[in-house]
Design a protein around this ligand. Structure first.
Ligand SMILES: Nc1nc2c(c(=O)[nH]1)N[C@H]1C(S)=C(S)[C@@H](COP(=O)(O)OP(=O)(O)OC[C@H]3O[C@@H](n4cnc5c(=O)[nH]c(N)nc54)[C@H](O)[C@@H]3O)O[C@H]1N2
Ligand SMILES: Nc1nc2c(c(=O)[nH]1)N[C@H]1C(S)=C(S)[C@@H](COP(=O)(O)OP(=O)(O)OC[C@H]3O[C@@H](n4cnc5c(=O)[nH]c(N)nc54)[C@H](O)[C@@H]3O)O[C@H]1N2
Ligand code: SF4
Ligand SMILES: [Mo]
Length: 689
C-alpha cells in the first residue's frame, strides 16, 4: 500500500475487471485513483484481489485512454463534442430507420459490460426504438453451458464446493479465470473433499487435482455417458430422486448402455479403468458431488449435448439442488428493465431467432454470427446500423476477416470503448466510455444470494456511463419516456423497489446484502422450471423443435472424418492470468510478463515439425491462416496432435482461422475449439524478421 497522504480518500466498491465483482477498497488522491485493494469484509472475495483487479488502476488512468468523442473523417479521426456526436448519431439512426425500417438498427453488448443492468439497458434501448435486434458476447459465452443445464434442469447449477465431498472441474481453469471460485474449491478440499479435473491440458487447476483426467477435445459427452453407464451398472444412483423427480430415465439408461469403458477409451483417450474409477469415486461420494462445467465445453459443434450429458449426472447422483452438490440459486426480485412484456418483438423477426430458436426462446437474444451474415447478405432484411459497447469482436468473434468486412459495411457503426481497439478502428464514431469506477451498478452474487452496489468514484467530463449515454440518445430519438430516471441512483432505486431493499441499505452493506438465505431441495415443493416440471433426461421441447430428445453424443469432426490436410486439432481461448480476451495488452506491466501470443505444441510434434520455442509457424484451417510463435510445452501438458492458442492478440489473431460456418446446431455457438488445423514452420526464432 502506498504511503497515506493528507488528502487520501477511501471508497468501497466492486471490481468489474471480470464478472466476479469482488469487493474492493479504492483510494483516491487529488481526484486520481491511486490504489485498489481487496475488501476484507466482502462475502465473495474476503479481501483477495486478483492481478486483473490490480490492473484497474492501469486501465482507468491509461495514457492511451480515449477521453473525447471521435468522428471518422476520411482516414483520420476528428475530435468532436459529445453533443455533436449524439446529435449526428441520432440523425443517422433516424435516417436508417426511415429508409430501411426500424429493424435495421441493432445493439451489441460485450463482455466488459457484464450482465443484469447494463445488458438490460441495451435491450430496453433497442426495443424502445422498435427493433428486436439485441446481440451480445453471450452467443459465444456461458449461455452454451447455461442452456446445457437449463434444458435438463431449467436453470444453471451453482456449486456448493465448500460442502462437497467431490468437486469436478470440467473444461475450466478457475485459478486463471475465477480466482475466488478456486478458493472455495480448495477450501472444500481442505475439509476432505476430492478434486477431479477433466481437461485437455494440464491446467493450473489440474496441477492441484487429486485426479487429472486428460481428454481429447470435444469428446466430453462420451466420457459423461461412460460414467453414467458405470454408475447405473454399479447401482450407485439416486433411485428415489430418479423415480419421483425425473423424466426420460429409461430411454437415457438404454442409450448410455453402449458407452462401455473400452468404447469411451477409444472415443476420448481416457483409459477404460479411469472411466470406471472416476464413476466409483463419484458414486461413493454422492450426493455431495459438485460439477463445474467451463468454457472449454463450449465452442464445439457438439457442445450443448456434451454439457447436457454432464448435467444428467446430477440426476443420477441425486446432487441436484442438494447440499454439497449443485444448487439452483434464487434471483433477487429486481425490477425488469426489458420491454418484452410491453412490446411484442418476436413477430418483428429478430435476426437469427429462426435459425437458433432455443437461444432466442430461452435468452431473448439474437446470434452475433447471424448479425455478421445479415449485414453482408441483407437477408432476411437489411441490417444497417449498430451501437456496440464493451466488445471487441474483430478479435473475439470467429472468422475475423469476415467480421471486419461486415462491420465496415454498416451505414452507421458506433463503438463505445476505453481504447482504440481493432473493432473501434472500423467505427464511424468512437465514444469514450466510463469505466466501472465511474459508474454505479447493482450486482448480484448468486452463489451467496447477495447483492452489492458499485460506486461512481471518479468522473471524466466526456465519459458518460452507459445509462446516461442511452438516456441522452433516446431523448434525441423521441424515446425519452423509456429512460425517465434522472441519474443512476434513481434508476438503481427503481430497480430495487420490489425487492424491499433501498440504496441506503446497499450502501450500508459493502460486504454484500443477502436478499434470501440459500435453500436446497426446492424442487420437492416447487417442481423444476422445465416444461415437465421435472429433471429432464429427455427433452420433449428439443424433440418438438426437430432436435434430439436425448443428449446424444456425436464425435467431433476431427475424429469422425479426419482430414489429412489438417492433421492437428486446436483448442483456443484458455485464459491467461493477466489478459481478458483482447484487453490489457496495452498495459506495460502485463506486456512485460506475457509479451507475445503462442501456440502450445507437444514436444514430439515440435520435433516432427522441426520447430522450437520462439520459432514462427503458420497455422491454417479451412477458414484462413495466421502466423504464431511456438511454445513447446511439457509432454504431460498437452496430448500429441493437440494445440492451444489463446485469443485476443491482434499480432496473431487466432479468430482469423476459427469457424463461423460450423456451429452447434442448438445454440449456434461457433467452432472455436476442436478446430482441425495444419502447422508449417515459417521462421526460425533467431531470425530478425
Ligand atoms: N477463439 C476464441 N474466441 C473467444 C473465446 C474463446 O474461448 N476462444 N471466448 C469467447 C468469450 S467466452 C467471450 S465472453 C468473448 C468476449 O469478447 P468481447 O465481448 O469482445 O469482450 P472483450 O474482448 O473483453 O472486449 C471488451 C472491450 O470493452 C472495453 N471495455 C473495458 N471496460 C469497459 C467499460 O467499462 N465500458 C465499455 N463500454 N467498454 C469497456 C475493452 O477495452 C475491450 O475493448 O470472447 C469470445 N471469443
Ligand atoms: N484472466 C482471465 N479471466 C477470465 C477471462 C479472461 O479472458 N481472462 N474471461 C472470463 C470469461 S468471459 C469466461 S467465459 C471465463 C471462462 O473461464 P473458464 O470456464 O475457466 O475457461 P478457461 O479458463 O478458458 O478454461 C477452459 C479449460 O478448458 C480446457 N478445454 C478446452 N477444450 C476442452 C474440451 O474439449 N474438453 C475439456 N474437458 N476441456 C477443454 C482448456 O484447456 C482450459 O484449461 O473466464 C472469465 N475470466
Ligand atoms: S476476480 Fe479479479 S478481476 Fe474478477 S472481479 Fe475479482 S478482483 Fe476483479
Ligand atoms: Mo466469456
Amino acid at each position: 500500500m502506498g504511503a497515506p497522504t493528507g488528502n487520501r480518500e477511501h471508497f468501497t466498491s466492486l471490481c468489474r475487471m471480470c464478472d466476479n465483482r469482488c469487493g474492493i477498497n479504492v483510494y483516491v488522491e487529488n481526484g486520481t485513483i491511486v490504489e485498489i485493494t481487496g475488501l476484507k469484509e466482502h462475502i465473495w472475495n474476503h479481501g483477495r484481489l486478483c492481478v486483473k483487479g490490480r490492473l484497474a488502476v492501469d486501465m482507468v488512468n491509461a495514457p492511451d485512454r480515449i477521453l473525447k468523442p471521435l468522428k471518422r473523417v476520411g482516414h483520420t479521426w476528428e475530435e468532436i463534442t459529445l453533443d455533436q456526436a449524439y446529435d449526428e448519431i441520432a440523425e443517422k439512426i433516424t435516417k436508417i430507420q426511415s429508409t430501411w425500417g426500424d429493424r435495421a438498427m441493432s445493439v451489441w453488448k460485450g463482455e466488459a459490460l457484464g450482465f443484469l443492468t447494463q445488458e438490460n439497458l441495451y435491450r430496453r434501448f433497442i426495443h424502445a426504438l422498435g427493433s428486436p435486434n439485441y446481440f451480445s458476447n453471450d452467443s459465444q459465452c456461458y449461455v452454451g453451458r447455461w442452456l446445457g443445464y437449463a434444458l435438463v434442469t431449467g436453470d444453471w447449477a451453482t456449486q456448493d464446493f465448500i460442502k462437497a465431498k467431490c468437486a469436478v472441474i470440467w473444461g475450466s481453469n478457475p485459478p486463471y479465470s475465477q480466482p475466488n471460485l478456486t478458493q472455495s474449491i480448495l477450501n472444500g478440499r481442505e475439509r476432505g473433499g476430492k478434486l477431479i479435473v477433466i481437461d485437455v491440458r494440464l491446467s493450473a487447476i489440474a496441477r492441484q487435482a487429486d485426479e487429472f483426467v486428460q481428454i481429447q477435445p470435444g469428446t466430453d459427452g462420451a466420457l459423461a455417458h461412460g460414467i453414467a453407464r458405470q454408475l447405473i451398472e454399479d447401482d450407485t444412483i439416486a433411485h428415489s430422486f430418479i423415480d419421483e423427480y425425473t423424466i426420460g430415465f429409461e430411454a437415457y439408461a438404454q442409450y448410455v448402455k453402449d458407452f462401455t469403458p473400452k468404447r469411451v477409451e477409444k472415443e476420448t483417450g481416457v483409459p477404460a479403468e479411469t472411466v470406471v474409477h472416476i464413476a466409483r469415486e463419484l458414486g461413493s461420494r454422492r450426493p455431495k458431488v459438485a460439477f463445474y462445467a467451463g468454457n472449454g465445453l463450449e465452442h464445439h459443434e457438439n457442445g450443448i449435448n456434451n454439457v447436457r450429458a454432464i448435467a444428467c449426472l446430477d440426476g443420477l447422483l441425486g446432487n441436484f439442488d442438494h447440499e454439497g452438490g449443485n444448487f439452483t440459486a434464487e434471483k433477487p426480485a429486481l425490477r425488469d428493465l426489458t420491454l418484452y412484456k410491453e412490446k411484442s418483438l418476436r413477430h418483428l423477426g429478430p435476426i437469427g431467432a429462426d435459425k437458433y430458436p432455443v437461444l432466442y426462446n430461452f435468452r431473448k437474444e439474437c446470434h452475433t454470427i447471424t448479425a455478421i451474415d445479415t449485414i453482408l447478405s441483407e437477408k432476411p432484411y437489411p441490417l444497417k446500423g449498430m451501437i456496440l459497447s464493451g466488445a471487441n469482436p474483430v478479435l473475439t468473434n470467429p472468422n475475423s476477416q469476415k467480421v471486419s468486412k461486415a462491420l465496415r459495411a454498416l451505414e452507421l457503426f458506433v463503438v463505445r470503448d476505453l481504447f482504440m481497439t481493432e473493432t473501434a478502428k472500423l467505427a464511424d464514431y468512437v465514444l469514450p466510455a466510463a469505466t466501472f469506477l465511474e459508474d454505479s451498478e447493482i450486482h448480484c452474487h448468486p452463489i451467496h444470494q447477495s447483492i452489492s452496489l458499485s460506486k461512481e468514484i471518479v468522473t471524466f467530463p466526456e465519459c458518460d456511463s452507459e445509462y446516461i449515454f442511452l438516456k441522452k440518445l433516446a431523448a434525441r430519438l423521441g424515446a425519452e419516456s423509456y429512460f425517465p430516471w434522472k441519474d443512476k441512483d434513481e434508476l438503481n432505486s427503481w430497480l430495487l423497489q420490489d425487492a424491499g431493499i433501498t440504496l441506503e441499505t446497499l450502501r450500508n452493506h459493502p460486504e454484500g446484502y443477502e436478499y434470501k438465505p440459500r435453500r436446497y431441495l426446492k424442487f420437492q415443493k416447487e417442481g423444476l422450471p422445465t416444461p415437465s416440471g421435472k429433471f429432464e433426461f429427455f427433452s420433449k421441447y428439443l424433440k418438438d423443435l426437430g432436435y434430439l430428445g436425448l443428449p446424444e453424443y456425436f464425435p467431433p469432426a476431427y475424429k469422425s472424418s479426419p482430414n489429412p490436410e489438417f492433421p492437428y486439432v486446436m483448442v483456443t481461448g484458455a485464459r491467461k492470468v493477466f489478459y481478458t480476451h483482447g484487453r490489457n495488452r496495452n498495459f506495460p506491466r502485463c506486456r512485460s510478463a506475457i509479451p507475445n501470443p503462442d501456440i502450445e505444441i507437444h514436444p514430439s510434434d515440435a520435433e516432427m515439425l522441426g520447430v522450437k520455442t520462439g520459432d514462427i509457424v503458420t497455422v491454417t484451417s479451412t477458414v484462413g491462416s495466421v502466423d504464431i510463435p511456438v511454445k513447446v510445452v511439457h509432454k504431460s501438458s498437452i496430448l500429441p496432435g493437440v494445440n492451444q492458442v489463446t485469443h485476443g492478440w491482434k499480432e496473431s489473431n487466432i479468430n482469423l482461422i476459427t469457424h463461423d460456418d460450423r456451429n452447434d446446431p442448438i445454440d449456434g455457438f461457433p467452432l472455436m475449439k476442436s478446430v482441425e488445423i495444419n502447422i508449417t514452420p515459417k521462421l526460425n526464432g533467431n531470425s530478425n524478421d
